[in-house]
Write a protein that binds this ligand. Sequence first.
Ligand SMILES: [Zn+2]
Length: 313
Amino acid sequence: MDEDTATLLLGLEGVAVAEAALDEAGNPVLALVTAWRDARCCPSCGMRSTRSLGLVITRPRDLPLAGRPTVLARTKRRRACGNTACARASFTESVPQIPPRTRLTGRLRSAVGAAVADGGRTVIQSARDHEVSWPTAHASFALHAASALPAETPPVEHLGIDEIRRGKPRFRQVVTDDGDAWEVTADRWHVGFCDLSGGAGLLGQVEGRTAATASAWLDAQTDAWRAGVRVAAIDMCTVFKAAVRESLPHAVLVVDRFHLAVGQHRAPRTPPPRHPPAARPTRPQGQSRVGTSQQAHPLRSADARETSGSDGR
Ligand SMILES: [Zn+2]
């Protein structure tokens, strides 16, 4: 197979196969060179570089080729920017499918993210299937999801804010002026923001359950978006009340019915009046607790009679 055919079969935009071989396990090993005109252009100023500073070899990870894991050895040049007005002195050639400072090809990253976002796989399962780490799989999923999300939060008139519990908290020990202390690195509580009437669904979810956390998300939206929120519905939580007062001072603050009902249900009730001992229902002497239960349920009582008859008891 010649190199042009190998390049065609690999189909990785921006690179060409300079040499193709098989390793001991019979998997393809491909030596790649840059085949992208703009790879010579400085990423800061766009000027075409004419001076090479040497070669660099990297080993980007890619999708299997015809079901076989493929080893890629990519040779690229480090180049000097000839523009004296440019702040960047040097750069390495990059191609669309292998951006700078990334070890995965774009199509492998897309496949890892799509397996979670569209294929319904968990992050850890996608990581195992594609032989990447959990953080890499999660970053790929976040990238994939971000491309599907609108650039700006859709306008909302009725905003719902509530907390969501997720996973377990994680801590790390830090040294402070007052001695050792534990710092939360992963909060089990998140705050979710949703559209209650416009159909936009979940708008955002941020880690933590403080007024500052909720306010930070609200403050990150545009002025027009905040001005469009007429009503903010929360539970009876002073944290969310403070966030709305701080970031949406014009909005009408309401407590939703669900949390009112739940709050009422959980509130301590007035204790019932004490009955005199004689008025309490008492179990007749000699009757077992099981017998009392059966009397309270006619069907179960009938079953019990049949069982009793068949057993001869
Ligand atoms: Zn430059």
